[in-house]
Design a protein around this ligand. Structure first.
Ligand code: SAM
Length: 224
């Protein structure tokens, strides 16, 4: 499966201009370095959050990452259509087909991201499959590497067991601290977690319960 799509060797060798053509052309015309992705929506599915973030944060670049080929293609087409309908908008979002668990560090530099989203991740219910969960100790080290100090990692799920798992792994990790609900009331991105995605809307329609855990990437001992 992984052999079917190209993976960049490092962030600089990726064709970012194909994702953000207008912004890259504008930067080149003005002799500025091109802008870098700020937010990653991991397992973006049909891209609801990716496009909502692009609306809410027009100055930030948002990349959805999705392993399913057709679904990624759908998001790319959705963005192209939105750009046509709303000239000047949605230039700042796109989606890449990739296995984020394996390759996320090939896409972004150290401390590049200010927000990282994991919305309604696959639960992998069986204990023997828990190592496939996208929030786990070894991967949290990679997410901490990619987030800038103060950057936020957002999780939400409608599966209680997965929510507890995500909270416990984040709580145990030395590079993350919990963000309080009061603080999140003033955070536009946190408000989009339920209403922004296809999966979240489904859960909300069924008045289902959700478990949201948001953590801040703190400064490590060697960074102070
Ligand atoms: N975040 C979306 C939402 O809230 O509507 C989609 C949630 S869906 C339950 C989980 C998504 O993660 C699926 O689209 C799946 O293909 C994708 N996914 C699973 N593992 C992945 C991986 N390793 N890398 C990228 N995407 C992945």
């Amino acid at each position: 499966n992984d052999a079917c799509f190209p993976v960049p060797l490092n962030p600089d060798s990726y064709d970012w201009a194909s994702h953000f053509p207008e912004l890259y052309a504008a930067a080149a015309a003005e002799g500025r370095p091109p802008p870098l992705v700020d937010f990653a929506d991991v397992g973006c599915g049909f891209g609801g959050l990716t496009v909502r973030l692009a609306e809410a944060y027009p100055d930030k670049l948002v990349l959805g990452m999705e392993i399913r080929d057709k679904v990624t293609e759908y998001v790319r087409e959705r963005v192209v259509a939105l750009r046509k309908q709303h000239p000047g908008k949605y230039r700042n979002c796109s989606a890449a087909r990739t296995n984020a668990m394996k390759f996320i560090t090939n896409y972004f530099k150290k401390g590049q991201l200010s927000k990282l989203f994991f919305l309604f991740a696959d639960p992998h219910f069986k204990t023997s499959k828990h190592r496939r969960r996208i929030i786990q100790r070894t991967l949290l080290a990679e997410y901490a590497y990619l987030l800038k100090p103060g950057g936020l990692l957002y999780t939400i799920t409608d599966v209680e067991d997965l929510g507890n798992w995500q909270r416990d792994r984040l709580e145990a990790h030395p590079m993350f601290e919990r963000v309080s609900d009061e603080e999140l009331e003033g955070d536009a991105a946190a408000q989009l977690l339920l209403e922004g995605t296809e999966e979240g809307q489904k859960v909300a329609r069924n008045s289902g319960k959700t478990w949201r855990h948001v953590y801040r990437r703190i400064l490590g001992p060697s960074e102070q």
